[in-house]
Design a protein around this ligand. Structure first.
Ligand code: MLT
Length: 249
């Protein structure tokens, strides 16, 4: 039996190319979809705010177009928020979940204020300002010292995103609810992945999600920061392939 298709959902403010080092290896096990979310990469938007539920319903339309009844959403960071929204809105379409470098909790009021500032900066100062501030934070200390070229690569990826889509997603993230109860009621196989050097989603965040989920395994990748799939692609791919083979073949 082939595993259900994997739906790779990128983080903020990035695009589908974050999965470039994963798609080939994962495609050996099952079908892989890696779309650009609304307002990112090759997709545009006129939304003022894009809630996580809107991204999730865009993805459901994509599944309908592709004739896929069920998938395994694999979301990184904001992609994880969207994967959890999908599990709440359409549990029948979700065969299992992979939640990478993400959290189920809602934002604090301070974090919401930060989202509003990011949205404002994207529109008024431009994406290069967001890119310069964010790029070093999303990579772990090991990657920053051993692969400094990745900082420039991520900075260019962020700078290339549209200010409007970035602002809309930032305001959408600020509105998202706490989805810990969704995880408590999700009994299908789930893999929680994080990096031991993730400065944006500290380890207790991932441990709490794995504890809330009735059927989860937690994998902590060594020497990986927030973009664990890019920083340690071989270990990331191996963890996902092991999960798929253990539960879906
Ligand atoms: C992401 O990588 O998607 C962001 O760090 C998510 C967030 O800002 O909460």
């Amino acid at each position: 039996m082939k595993a259900p298709a994997l739906l790779l959902i990128h983080g903020f403010p990035l695009d589908h190319t974050i999965w470039d080092k994963n798609i080939e290896a994962l495609s050996e096990v099952t079908e892989v979809l890696a779309p650009d979310l609304r307002g990112f990469g090759g997709s545009s938007t006129t939304d003022a705010t894009t809630p996580m539920e809107t991204f999730a319903s865009d993805l459901m339309k994509l599944l309908d177009q592709r004739g896929l009844r069920q998938v395994i959403p694999c979301g990184l960071s904001m992609g994880g928020y969207i994967a959890m929204a999908l599990a709440e809105l359409a549990p029948e379409r979700v065969a299992g979940l992979i939640l990478c470098n993400t959290r189920s909790l809602a934002d604090t009021e301070e974090a919401r204020e930060g989202r509003r500032n990011t949205a404002n900066d994207a529109r008024t100062k431009g994406m290069h300002v967001i890119a310069r501030a964010m790029a070093p934070k999303v990579l772990g200390t090991t990657t920053r010292s051993t692969h400094p070229e990745m900082v420039a690569h991520i900075e260019a990826m962020i700078a290339g995103q549209g200010a409007h889509g970035t602002a809309a997603a930032s305001l959408g993230m600020a509105e998202r609810p706490d989805r810990t109860a969704v995880l408590r009621n999700f009994h299908k196989p789930t893999l929680v992945i994080t990096g031991d050097e993730d400065e944006l989603m500290p380890l207790p965040t991932s441990k709490a999600m794995a504890e809330a989920l009735p059927n989860a395994q937690l994998v902590i990748l060594d020497k990986a920061g927030h973009l664990s799939n890019m920083e340690q692609p071989a270990a990331f791919n191996a963890a996902v392939i092991h999960f798929l083979r253990s539960h879906f073949s």
